[in-house]
Design a binder for this molecule. Sequence first.
Ligand code: 2AM
Length: 470
Amino acid sequence: MGGICDIGIVGLAVMGQNLALNIARKGFNVAVFNRTASRTQDFVKERVKDETIFPAYEVEEFLSLLAPPRRVMLMVKAGQPVDDFIQLFAPHLSSGDLIMDGGNSYYRDTDRRTKEAEDKGFFYLGVGISGGEYGALHGPSIMPGGHREGYLMVKDILEKAAAQAEDGPCCTYLGPGSAGHFVKMVHNGIEYAFMQSIAECYHLLREVEELPAPSIGQIFEEWNKSEDLNSYLVEITAQVLQYIDPDTGKPLVDLILDQAEQKGTGKWASQVALDLGIPTPTINQSVIARNLSSFKEERKRISALFPREEAEKSDALSLHLEKALFLSELAAFCEGFHMLQEASSEFSYNLNLSEVARIWKGGCILQARLLNRIQEALKEEPGLLFTSPLFLEKVKDCLPSLRQACTLALRGGIPVPALSASLSYFDSWKREWLPANLTQAQRDFFGAHTYRRIDREGVFHTIWQKEEKE
Ligand code: 2AM
């Protein structure tokens, strides 16, 4: 016995509601369920019109609405609620049914849940979904990983619900276990970095050029027309900066408290990059910048203790910043894909990095025209992205502008943690020699950690200090 629904969605906060509407509008029957019944009732009453959406108010009723093999997508808060629902459903599921987790779950949790599902005989997918509320309704970027057989059961639904780029749906099976949630985590890390670099450009234009927010918004609007910077984040930045608060007549952005919050996926990306030993300085600095911004009271107190540096005016600032922002964005992508490459071998995800770039081209927060070139570059044997022939000359062309923007900021006492991290990132990669020989010598001095030499094979230890005579 089975019902008529192609998929069931659990969790009817905005993302769950919008995804249910989106899938139903693609011609599927969707069962919906929420812990709190009133939310389900409100959803059906206020938002469901002609869509084939079937509400349920008990677990068994919900599962009986689903056609076998049953397909359930959890859209609940990450963490314990996901485990709670799996436990609740497990006794009622049959072999071959599928549970998907569409939240921002930590990838290790997804690995554990995938194994637990396997033991119980059902399929599991950890599904990264990016695009916010709008994307969930109109087509997000969908990053599924886990059991391939499970993916085949929902391929049609997910690929129709996803954003459609010119070369296909922004959804593809990424790999086993936590591959999907891992890719989503890295997506968010890159997102933090791009947002921070944008914020730093805004900071410089505001403090150095003393431009009002709407004028800066117009600069971003121009940048958004270019091949290099056209992107969702630059586009919304232009809109945000030009938005006037109807109550006060002032740019709303000027009235917003300068304390950035976070839900933790960017932090995870940094933490995991450190664990993997992959340098992701632009991402790391962007997480740190949000942390530091939260100490508003301390910043207020400390700012009064220091004289304010005068920033030099520069005619060509916005021209330099345009190139600087592009390079910082490229650095963040480069860091993210480097991390994915390492994770792919470390965790046997067997990721197709070019496909990852492809499914980020629409629907998600990172969508950008630049991803076309990244997708092409990643078809080659992956090295560091920026060394691809598609980017190398561009990097050489833009580096002086990134350096100029950072120099101006550093002289004027304007913090540019992301832009300067990107600059040091490129500057470090392009140095054959780095001063790590001294670090090795120090480590050997105080900890007998040994070092290798450039003129001889082997591992060496030196007694660096003459023994003190008694
Ligand atoms: P609620 O409407 O009953 O709060 C986003 O918060 C979604 O996750 C909502 O659908 C919410 O259900 C659900 N959710 C949050 N915490 C939960 C929990 N501990 N158990 C079940 N659902 C939860």
